[in-house]
Design a protein around this ligand. Structure first.
Ligand SMILES: O=c1ccn([C@@H]2O[C@H](COP(=O)(O)O)[C@@H](O)[C@H]2O)c(=O)[nH]1
Length: 300
């Protein structure tokens, strides 16, 4: 890994090598846009003939990594499905992250963290710290204690060449109650997008194709971004789009939601790929079919 360098912008330390946004942009161009979600639901473990315990999720996750490495842009382990087994489950998550690193496969840890002050420092150390075993290439964050509370994580990401995805317009219908609400006349989701754009300015000015501060915008949100004035094109960071497959999103929805920012979209699908397992060839075939459809969709 390249050395960490000190910024001249006064905004803290900056990673000297390619940041997450640049690495993700290259991976999407080379392998297609798909991110495969690693969600070891109990039902999937059963279907794969694996036990409902930490050994089961470990085996499940390592098989997914091995099947799709080199073939898709990224994977996204869902932390909840590891946390439910306590420390042994977290060890399985650490092994999954390490396997991604060894396979040169970008790993977004879907942990949706967010808290105040020094607690957020702790989350930043855990999921974005230079030598942390829980740090993938990026982590999902919740901004609902205020976007600025995420600053320690944003600074850590920029200092270590990692990234973050901040929840803006989530794929679930209940999200609208908070995300569409007005704060001083501006929809909350639009404010979050503006703040992400500001956080990407330094990397973009330095010539990165994408900044490292991304948003989560579900593939299922339809015209919400347009109607709320959420300027996805102005974010200039990656846009993680869960909801492909089991939640009803597909290529057509991706084109509709992200019309102005298709080059930045990282569509994510978990169950739709995983139910093709446990055979590695079947898993890969399912991922490739979805990846191809999405590749055409984002090509315009
Ligand atoms: O807005 C969001 C944010 C995160 N997720 C997560 O993505 C996967 C979706 O799984 P599927 O099986 O493809 O539906 C899951 O881990 C969610 O927690 C999301 O769905 N929506």
């Amino acid at each position: 890994m390249s050395a960490i360098t000190t910024s001249t912008t006064g905004a803290g330390e900056r990673f000297a090598g390619a940041g997450f946004g640049t690495r993700l942009s290259e991976a999407m161009a080379a392998r297609g846009p798909l991110c495969v979600g690693i969600d070891p639901h109990v039902g999937l473990l059963q279907r794969w003939g694996l036990p409902d315990d930490a050994r089961g999720v470990r085996e499940f996750s390592l098989r997914v990594v091995e099947a799709v490495a080199g073939q898709v842009a990224a994977v996204k382990p869902q932390s909840a499905f590891f946390e439910r087994y306590g420390s042994a489950g977290m060890a399985a998550l650490e092994e999954t992250i390490a396997a991604c690193r060894a396979a040169d496969l970008l790993c977004v840890v879907d942990a949706k963290r967010g808290d105040i002050g020094t607690t957020m420092d702790g989350y930043a150390d855990a999921f974005l710290g230079k030598d942390s075993t829980l740090a993938g290439d990026a982590v999902t964050l919740s901004p609902y204690l205020g976007f600025e509370t995420l600053r320690p994580a944003i600074d850590a990401a920029l200092a270590t060449g990692r990234g973050v995805f901040v929840l803006a317009l989530t794929s679930n219908p209940e999200g609208a109650q908070v995300q569409h609400a007005l704060a001083d006349g501006v929809p909350v989701a639009a404010l979050i997008a503006r703040q992400a754009a500001a956080a990407n300015a330094v990397e973009i000015e330095a010539g990165a194709p994408l900044g490292s501060i991304g948003l989560v915008v579900g593939a299922t949100v339809g015209s919400a971004a347009r109607h709320l004035g959420v300027d996805l094109g102005a974010v200039r960071g990656p846009l993680l789009a869960p909801g492909v497959g089991a939640q009803g999103g597909g290529a057509a929805q991706i084109r509709d939601v992200f019309a102005e920012a298709l080059g930045a979209v990282l569509p994510s699908s978990s169950r739709d790929v995983l139910r093709a397992g446990p055979d590695a060839g079947d898993l890969l075939a399912a991922a490739q079919a979805i990846n191809e459809e999405l590749r055409h969709a984002v090509a315009g």
